[in-house]
Design a protein around this ligand. Structure first.
Ligand SMILES: Cc1cc2nc3c(=O)[nH]c(=O)nc-3n(C[C@H](O)[C@H](O)[C@H](O)COP(=O)(O)OP(=O)(O)OC[C@H]3O[C@@H](n4cnc5c(N)ncnc54)[C@H](O)[C@@H]3O)c2cc1C
Length: 311
């Protein structure tokens, strides 16, 4: 009997699982996180939503556009006009509603960190906590730089993905009493590269307190990556306050998040890699690019290949 295990319930894993499910398979997704979606994520605090991973999705891909339109129909997403003329899609009431919508009807086991993967007869044994799960096929969708630790540096697939590069990101989530204007362009070399007012997106709670998400620039990120999160927040906050021209007293909440693997700098250049016997697949945004649509296309391509194997 075919048992397909997918490690990672980000967009790649969800695309793979959804495509397989539509073809009649019953894949099982495992994710170490508390929520579905990986880097498409939302934090909540004080009734505010902070999209601290991908802030929105923009795609020109027909297949992925069709999927996103389905999520708009189910109320999981909406179109956001940010004033730039691009058609942006956001989750409602937060970005995490997009992966939640994609996961409908799928078997997702959250809070399950797979710590080892061992060959087991004609398939694989996945280990987590004190238990294991036997699968005939495994799809690994974790960030490429983490795969070596999983499969060992001598594994043939590890060598194939060893050139992929991903960059880290430091993110600051801030609640501000009031709604300061954010119209000034960010000066060249500023320690923050973006500051977004979250409540501008559709279906966000509106109140006198507004939610903001800021991202640090490359040199700030490199200098402070190893710091503890409260000290990262306290170092990023003055730049946000300065740019918005507000005093620290207006800040009611300030929390930092560290993405060790945030954006793809150098992708693989093909939608996935697999072992010759098609029992183990590696996929992710990092295969093709750095966008959510790349993650979707990687996951869907893996599922199509699995189905073509005539399982
Ligand atoms: C700050 C930031 C800004 C971004 N901005 C944009 C943007 O504007 N537009 C855009 O299109 N994209 C953007 N992206 C990129 C986008 O989020 C990613 O391309 C996409 O979400 C990647 O999906 P994925 O499934 O390949 O990987 P991930 O989302 O990283 O999913 C991998 C999953 O694997 C799980 N996992 C890892 N190890 C294990 C383990 N051992 N056991 C079980 N589970 C495990 C993780 O918990 C995670 O859920 C941004 C990302 C970040 C972080």
């Amino acid at each position: 009997m075919t048992r397909i295990a997918i490690i990672g319930a980000g967009i790649t894993g969800l695309a793979c699982a959804k495509t397989l499910k539509e073809a009649g398979f019953q894949p099982v997704l495992f994710d170490k996180g508390r929520g579905i979606g990986g880097r498409v994520a939302t934090r909540r605090a004080d009734n505010l939503h902070f999209d601290h991973g991908a802030p929105y999705i923009h795609t020109n891909d027909d297949n992925f556009s069709y999927v996103l339109r389905g999520l708009i129909d189910t109320g999981n997403a909406d179109i956001w006009d940010d004033g730039t003329g691009r058609e942006l899609i956001v989750g409602t009431p937060g970005m995490s509603s997009i992966p939640k919508g994609l996961a409908a009807g799928l078997d997702v086991r959250l809070g399950t960190q797979i710590i080892a993967l061992r060959p087991n007869g004609s398939g694989w044994r996945l280990f987590y906590d004190d238990v294991h799960y036997d699968a005939t096929h495994v799809v690994l969708t974790i960030p490429a730089p983490q795969i070596k630790g999983f499969l060992g540096e001598n594994h043939s697939l590890v060598k194939l993905v060893s050139d992929v590069q991903m960059s880290p990101d430091l993110t600051l989530m801030v609640a501000i009493s009031g709604n300061p204007l954010n119209t000034r362009p960010m000066p060249e070399g500023y320690s923050l590269v973006s500051i977004l007012q979250e409540c501008q997106k559709p279906f966000r709670p509106q109140s006198n307190t507004t939610a903001w998400v800021a991202h640090a620039n490359k040199s700030f990120t490199q200098a402070h990556l190893e710091g503890d999160l409260p000290s990262i927040a306290s170092k990023m906050l003055p730049f946000l306050c300065d740019h918005l021209n507000i005093s620290n007293d207006c800040v009611t909440h300030s929390v930092a998040h560290r993405w060790l693997y945030s954006r793809v700098v150098k992708p693989l250049g093909e939608p996935f890699v697999r072992t010759p016997n098609a029992k183990l697949y590696l996929g992710g945004d990092w295969c093709i690019g750095s966008q959510v649509e790349d993650a979707w296309n990687s996951g869907a391509a893996i599922a199509t290949d699995l189905i073509e194997q005539g399982l």
